[in-house]
Design a protein around this ligand. Structure first.
Ligand SMILES: NC(=O)c1ccc[n+]([C@@H]2O[C@H](COP(=O)([O-])OP(=O)(O)OC[C@H]3O[C@@H](n4cnc5c(N)ncnc54)[C@H](O)[C@@H]3O)[C@@H](O)[C@H]2O)c1
Length: 327
């Protein structure tokens, strides 16, 4: 049903790999297409870059029935999605995610946005895509470190909702030699977890908060290290390990759970070690600035076993401190 002009947004690393063939095929299918590549990396999730995209779209005569096509990772998806949500009060959006993280997480669920100097993702809008099309073949050019960071979100989805996916991931001895078919099947399954949760709670008033497992401390660690040092998924893996220990101290899971999750994260190329030199006070202060804080209480998404999780706002700060101090 999308018949207007196509505005393809990508980043400078992804564009040369996939945009030329895509543009050619869209032309062949009768679409008018224009392309724009922003610099690769988190710094492009910024209002000044969004403003450049508005200039490009409005300057070239974007119309209401047109479609913005986001080709790239979570950065391009969030930025182009935000621009699509706001230009002319909203035009259609299509996501073509090219990172594992974007395929299983950021392209699904309609959250778009840019960063503010005071924090990540503080400016944004909900804008559901008309189509999300993930081609796992694009992962062939993704740097290995970026791929592994995406596995953190896949494992997170397994822990909070899909015990079968967890055991399936455990049964794979060598992730480096996955067949394309197995990879696609895992992606499909991880996507299903996110879709089900978003369908139940689009605006994050309840269940959607479960997707934040590993992210409360993960975001704190990512910010404390300075953005760009640890990848988002790498910080989330460490956050999951710490938050599993919080759940352990609350009696929600046992020691075996914590070890089992850590083993799986390691097999899929992720470290669970807290980087040295971080201050416990600083990390605690950062968790209190989390977007999910309500009435001064941090709302933690914590596992209650493999495949099940719950939100708790009664976690004593002393318990979090103890886990961090030990780590
Ligand atoms: N909207 C949401 O619900 C949501 C959820 C999770 C994360 N996010 C956001 O997603 C962003 C992170 O996304 P990301 O991890 O995809 O990072 P990214 O978009 O920065 O991509 C990582 C790097 O890989 C490159 N790249 C992407 N695809 C490639 C490919 N196929 N071949 C070669 N290189 C490729 C990119 O140019 C970039 O340098 C963060 O800003 C985060 O806040 C949003």
């Amino acid at each position: 049903g999308l018949r207007g002009a196509v505005w393809l947004v990508s980043d400078r690393q992804v564009f040369p790999h996939y945009a030329p063939a895509l543009i050619e095929r869209l032309h062949t299918a009768g679409y008018a297409v224009q392309g724009y590549a922003v610099p690769a990396g988190e710094t492009s999730k910024d209002l000044t870059v969004a403003a450049q995209l508005y200039d490009w779209l409005i300057g070239n005569g974007v119309e209401r029935r047109d479609v913005v096509l986001a080709l790239g990772g979570g950065v391009v998806g969030d930025l182009a999605g935000f621009v699509a949500a706001t230009v002319l009060r909203g035009v259609a959006l299509v996501h073509l995610p090219t990172t594992l993280l974007a395929m299983v997480d950021s392209a699904i669920g309609g959250k778009t946005g840019v960063n503010h100097p005071l924090g990540k993702n503080l400016i944004g809008a909900f804008h559901q895509p008309r189509l999300v099309l993930a081609d796992p073949a694009t992962l062939a050019t993704l740097p290995l470190r970026e791929l592994c960071a995406g596995w953190a979100e896949v494992i997170k989805h397994a822990v909070i909702r899909d015990a079968g996916l967890f055991t399936h991931l455990e049964s794979i001895a060598d992730p480096a030699s996955l067949s394309g078919e197995t990879l696609a099947a895992i992606i499909r399954r991880a996507v299903r977890v996110k879709i089900d949760i978003v369908n139940a709670d689009e605006r994050e008033t309840g269940e959607r908060m479960l997707l934040n497992y590993g992210h409360t401390l993960g975001h704190a660690i990512e910010a404390a290290c300075g953005y760009g040092d640890l990848l988002h998924g790498e910080a989330v893996a460490i956050g999951m390990h710490l938050e599993a220990q919080i759940a352990g101290r609350l009696g929600m899971v046992d020691r075996a759970f914590v070890e089992r999750q850590a083993r799986l994260l390691h097999i899929w190329g992720l470290s669970t070690d807290l980087p040295p030199g971080l201050s416990v006070d600083d990390l605690i202060a950062r968790t209190l600035r989390d977007k999910k804080v309500r009435g001064g209480k941090v709302r933690w998404a914590l596992p209650a076993g493999i495949g099940t999780a719950t939100v708790r706002d009664d976690v004593p700060e002393s318990l979090v401190r103890a886990v961090l101090a030990e780590a």
